[in-house]
Ligand binder design. Structure first.
Ligand code: XBP
Length: 249
C-alpha cells in the first residue's frame, strides 16, 4: 500500500515556470531598471540551475551588463528575487496560473481516500502558499500532512534533502511514498531519496529521461501515452491506477 503521495510544485501542479516565474522575473527587471530580459528559451536553459536567486546569480556571472562586483550582484539578486516573488504571487492571485489537467481531481481523490499528501518543493514557501490558497482555499494546509519548501530544505533539488525531510515528517520509509515530478532535478532528488516517482514532464522538459520511474506519461489528465500503460477506459490517472503501478513495480 502507498502510505503518502508527495507532490512537487513548479511544473507539476501548474506550468509555473513559463507562465509565472519567467513573467515575474521580467517584470521585476523592468520595474527595477535592470537592463536585460529573459526569453522563454533562455529561461529554459537557466532552469538547469535550481532556485530563483541562484539562477539570477548564475545568469549575472555571464553578463557584461551585470555589476562586476560579487557583493553588488548578490544585493541585486536579492532585490530582484524578492520583487519577483511578490509579482509571482500577484499573477497567481489574479487566477492566471491554472492547475495542470488531472491535478485537482487527484488531489480531491486523495483527500476523499484519506491518503496523506505532502508538498515537496525547493521553491520559496510564499510561492507555494499563494498557489495552493488560490486553488484550494484558505484552509489548503489541512489537505497536506507535510509541506517542505526551500525554507526548510536549502539544498535544492537534485539534492534529496527535501524528500528526506518530508519522509521524516511523515515517519515513512522511502518506498512507502510515491512522488509526482516533472523535471530531471526533481526526479533525481526523489530517486536519490529512494522514493518511487511518477513523471509528467512539463513545458520545459518534454524529453526528460525517466529511467527507473514508476510511470511516465504526458499528463495526469489522460490515460493515453503512459508507460507502463494505464487503463484505457479511464479519463485520467486516478489513485487506483497509481496503486496498480505501485503493486506491479
Ligand atoms: C523549482 C525551482 C524554483 C523556482 C523558482 O523547484 O527551482 O527555483 O523556479 O522559485 P521545485 P524561487 O522543482 O522543487 O518546485 O524563486 O522561490 O526559487
Amino acid at each position: 500500500m502507498i502510505r503518502a503521495l508527495l507532490w512537487d510544485v513548479d511544473g507539476t501542479l501548474a506550468e509555473t515556470e513559463r507562465d509565472g516565474h519567467l513573467v515575474a522575473f521580467n517584470r521585476a527587471f523592468e520595474a527595477l531598471g535592470v537592463p536585460w530580459r529573459w526569453s522563454e528559451q533562455h529561461y529554459g536553459e537557466l532552469l538547469a540551475v535550481a532556485g530563483g536567486r541562484e539562477r539570477l546569480l548564475y545568469d549575472m556571472s555571464r553578463r557584461a551588463e551585470a555589476p562586476g562586483d560579487a557583493r553588488q550582484r548578490e544585493a541585486l539578486a536579492e532585490t530582484v528575487h524578492r520583487l519577483k516573488n511578490q509579482i509571482y504571487e500577484g499573477i497567481v492571485r489574479r487566477g492566471d496560473l491554472a492547475l495542470r489537467a488531472g491535478v485537482a481531481e487527484l488531489l480531491s481523490e486523495c483527500c476523499r481516500a484519506h491518503l496523506p499528501m505532502g508538498i515537496v518543493t525547493t521553491t520559496s514557501r510564499g510561492n507555494v502558499e499563494a498557489l495552493l490558497e488560490w486553488h484550494l482555499g484558505s484552509h489548503w494546509n489541512d489537505h497536506f500532512a507535510t509541506v517542505v519548501c526551500a525554507n526548510e530544505a536549502p539544498r535544492k533539488k537534485p539534492d534529496p534533502q527535501v524528500y528526506r525531510l518530508a519522509l521524516e515528517a511523515l515517519r515513512l520509509r522511502p518506498h512507502e511514498a510515491v512522488a509526482i515530478e516533472d523535471a530531471p532535478a526533481g526526479i533525481e532528488a526523489a530517486q536519490r531519496a529512494g522514493v518511487p516517482v511518477i513523471v509528467t514532464p512539463s513545458h520545459y522538459f518534454p524529453a526528460c529521461a525517466a529511467v527507473g520511474a514508476l510511470a511516465f506519461g504526458p499528463s495526469l489528465g489522460r490515460s493515453e501515452g503512459w508507460q507502463p500503460g494505464a487503463d484505457p477506459r479511464a479519463t485520467r490517472i486516478g489513485l487506483d491506477q497509481i496503486m496498480r503501478w505501485y503493486a506491479h513495480s
